[in-house]
Design a protein around this ligand. Structure first.
Ligand code: FAD
Length: 247
């Protein structure tokens, strides 16, 4: 499984074909590509969206896997109510958008032919909408690349009612025994049986020794800094800590 070089940045026109509100604060948007009508990217990369009237392009990770090459899907937290999230929340099926893609280096370390993997286990850590590129990476690894390494997802969210995609991840875990996931609630109800607190609390419980694990973190700055310092304290080398900071 060696990666082909990333194709050059292109400008795309696309049409909204599905627009779904998840957990009351995330907009999940499916864009059919119009021109060009195919995209090549590496799982974990993002697009730069043109916001009409906005001074700068806004970054959104692609949450669909590269195998879906005639469309892209994004997951947007619409609670910031700035130019980008308001624009995306206002879109309706049939509306057209423009973006540049692919961009970014938050991609899985490729396997080299005839060599043992540098990372023999993959651990993903997301908070909130940071699940977006990680969904693309996990689907690509399991469904397209048939990667058999242990793959674990730790997803931190605040409240139980912020939860979505849980069923999808559960189904993946049933279909792929090398995939496991857990959800960490920072404000859990008393009855919550799983991890509670911050993602670092859960990571400390799960991992005493990190062997040759590759870590992929996505979300807000505080989470990334907290997890990175925990991993450095555990002597994980920096080249095995990969991250995408949303804000
Ligand atoms: C590489 C990259 C990829 C990104 N991918 C995504 C993505 O897939 N989904 C997504 O929702 N956002 C993503 N973001 C954040 C996104 O680009 C915007 O910053 C976000 O949508 C807010 O833009 P805005 O114009 O609505 O508000 P702004 O006025 O630009 O920001 C208002 C405030 O909102 C907060 N904020 C920014 N992003 C988020 C967020 N995701 N969740 C909660 N609060 C936030 C920050 O504190 C920010 O100061 C990504 C950012 C980067 C750098």
């Amino acid at each position: 499984m060696t990666e082909t070089p990333t194709p050059p940045l292109q400008t795309f026109r696309a049409k909204v074909s599905e627009h779904v509100l998840l957990a009351g604060k995330y907009q999940y948007i499916h864009f059919e590509l119009l021109d060009p009508h195919r995209i090549q990217f590496r799982a974990g990369q993002y697009l730069l969206l043109t916001v009409p009237g906005g001074a700068e392009k806004k970054s959104y990770s692609i949450s669909s896997p590269p195998a879906l090459d005639h469309a892209v899907e994004i997951l947007v937290d619409i609670s910031p109510h700035g130019d980008g999230s308001l624009y995306l929340a206002s879109l309706a099926p049939g509306d057209e958008v423009e973006f540049r893609a692919p961009v970014g280096q938050f991609t899985i370390t490729p396997l080299s032919k005839n060599q043992p993997p540098v990372e023999n286990e993959l651990v993903f850590v997301a908070t909130g909408s940071g699940i977006s590129p990680i969904r693309s990476q996990i689907l690509d690894l399991l469904e397209t690349k048939n990667d058999s390494r242990p793959i674990r997802l730790h997803w931190g969210i605040r409240f139980i009612y912020d939860l979505f995609w849980e069923e999808d991840f559960r189904e993946l875990a049933e279909n792929y025994p090398n995939f496991t996931f857990d959800i960490i609630l920072s404000h859990p109800p008393d009855s919550w049986p799983l991890c509670r607190g911050h993602v670092t609390d859960c990571l400390k419980k799960h991992y005493q020794k990190f062997a040759a694990t590759g870590f992929y973190l996505c979300g807000n700055k505080q989470m990334i800094e907290a997890v990175t310092s925990l991993l450095k304290f555990q002597a994980v080398p920096p080249e095995r800590i990969h991250f995408e900071k949303f804000f």
